[in-house]
Design a protein around this ligand. Sequence first.
Ligand SMILES: Nc1ncnc2c1ncn2[C@@H]1O[C@H](COP(=O)(O)OP(=O)(O)OP(=O)(O)O)[C@@H](O)[C@H]1O
Ligand SMILES: [Mg+2]
Length: 244
Amino acid sequence: MSAPILRARGITRTVELPDAAPLHILRGVDLDVAVGDHLSVMGRSGSGKSTLLNILGLLDAPTDGELEFDGVPLQRMSAGRRDRTRGRNVGFVFQQFNLLPGRTALENVEMPLLYDSGRAFWRRRAIATDMLERVGLGDRLEQMPERLSGGEQQRVAIARALVRSPRLILADEPTGALDVETGAVIMDLLDDIATQAGAALITITHDPHVAVRARRAYRLAEGVLHETVPVLEADAIARTGGVA
Ligand SMILES: Nc1ncnc2c1ncn2[C@@H]1O[C@H](COP(=O)(O)OP(=O)(O)OP(=O)(O)O)[C@@H](O)[C@H]1O
Ligand SMILES: [Mg+2]
């Protein structure tokens, strides 16, 4: 296995609720993610997938357990270092794109580079333009997101997530708001770009067709992650002889 980016052991996340028993969202998640890994995570709604992704992406802290990013334990990072580590190394892609309205595609993609010091900051326009060309939107640089289709908006979001060359890409239902065909094109793009960049990719999805593309597939259930083989509808039909 190549160099690990993430190492998680016994990650828990508990939320205290007023007038109710605490909610144990994650009960002990173990996971290793290496450079170039492509993983998928499935699980029913409310099983804690987004909670886990936010912890792995250093947006949220676990209640207990060990998390190492690039060999550095989370407990040993100051808040500032954690934010810098996330900004430099993690790119997020969300179901609802989360683009800034009223800013052009180019401005949206430039945004993460505003936090860069030095060369990337001064070259941000060229870098963002190049990224948008790579996702096939070189001719829509000045377009406002609200005037782009869902698939095009997700391309902009992917360009924005990747513009700082993150080593870890976290996608939370990236095809959830797209039709099947557009979703497949977007997943091709994410896979290709992650592979070219040598980045690790973790995709949360409800779609087994998206899940099987990953090198390793997991299911989150009862607060624990299990490695799994996603079942495609055609497989299920073949096994049961068409009897559901
Ligand atoms: N800060 C919080 N306070 C209270 N409850 C929370 C908090 N964060 C998450 N939850 C609850 O924890 C559970 C898991 O939430 P999460 O968003 O991780 O699920 P999910 O698997 O991503 O679901 P979906 O597939 O619907 O997106 C949900 O029941 C949610 O309401
Ligand atoms: Mg979610």
